[in-house]
Design a binder for this molecule. Structure first.
Ligand SMILES: C[S@@+](CC[C@H](N)C(=O)[O-])C[C@H]1O[C@@H](n2cnc3c(N)ncnc32)[C@H](O)[C@@H]1O
Length: 246
């Protein structure tokens, strides 16, 4: 099993030709986080075979959901699950669903384990991975019931915008893993990024999309990041699109 500290080490990435949507991966774990990691990581954090950098995924590795969760259930994937507020809440509300959180920030993953333990939640698995690679190879085609991205890093400076996660290329990857009729939900507090998301969804041949903002998704609790946006009076935008039948 990888330890939290070996996973947090940032390695150069000779294998990546595209800029990635994250920079911060490490940081010390609190005592509580370390204790939760030691007790739970082996069960709930996937031991993903790597390919170069330690957030990468060996392209020959395909998730066996039934083996990992020990049952057959619809799969909800949350990208950038952060400290786990939303995924643990959703998993608690929906014990009949399997939840997979993809996150590169190791203390966030450890904090998610703390909350899972506190809430007695067992239908969540976490993977310390670059989500784009997971959508490209690790998840089987059409295997995801819902895909969620809450408050992705905004990369608001013009010269950094190439790092944004939600692009037309990324929409094609989302379409690859979603089942027909599967739902892609997004939320952001950054208007310029919300506009970009709207354009991406409207321009994708793979999704049915109304072309407008959607109601706040009732299953989305307020996270720290949303709180920060609200504190400076930003509008929160929710978006929802449905995977067309290919
Ligand atoms: C602004 S935070 C929001 C976290 C959480 N969704 C929330 O609302 O509190 C964005 C998160 O996405 C993660 N992230 C960014 N790019 C990622 C990627 N390619 N794969 C996995 N996680 C990523 C970051 O580490 C960070 O924790």
């Amino acid at each position: 099993m990888s330890t939290a500290s070996t996973l947090a080490r940032v390695e150069p990435s000779p294998y990546r030709s595209q800029p990635v949507s994250f920079t911060r991966r490490g940081g010390r774990l609190t005592e509580r986080q370390q204790a939760a990691w030691d007790a739970l990581a082996e069960t709930y954090v996937l031991d993903v075979p790597r390919h170069g950098p330690n957030t990468s995924v060996d392209p020959s590795y395909v998730l066996d959901q039934e083996a990992v969760f020990g049952r057959r259930a619809p799969l909800v994937v949350e990208i950038g699950s952060g400290r786990g507020e939303a995924i643990v809440h959703a998993a608690q509300q929906h014990p009949e669903l399997d939840f997979l959180g993809l996150e590169v920030y190791v203390p966030g993953v450890a904090q998610t384990l703390v909350t899972m333990r506190h809430e007695g939640v067992t239908n969540v698995r976490l993977a310390i991975v670059n989500a784009a690679e997971v959508l490209t190879t690790m998840l089987p085609e059409g295997s995801v019931h819902e895909l969620r991205i809450w408050f992705p890093d905004p990369w608001h400076k013009k010269r950094h915008q190439k790092r944004r996660l939600v692009t037309p290329e990324f929409a094609a990857l989302a379409a690859r893993v979603l089942e027909p009729g599967g739902v892609w939900r997004l939320a952001t507090d950054w208007q310029d990024y919300a506009d970009q998301m709207l354009e991406v969804l409207a321009g994708s041949p793979d999704f049915e999309f109304t072309g407008d903002w959607s109601e706040r998704f009732e299953g989305r609790p307020q996270t720290r990041f949303e709180g920060k946006g609200l504190a400076v009076d930003r509008d929160i935008r929710d978006l929802r699109a449905v995977r067309r039948t290919p």
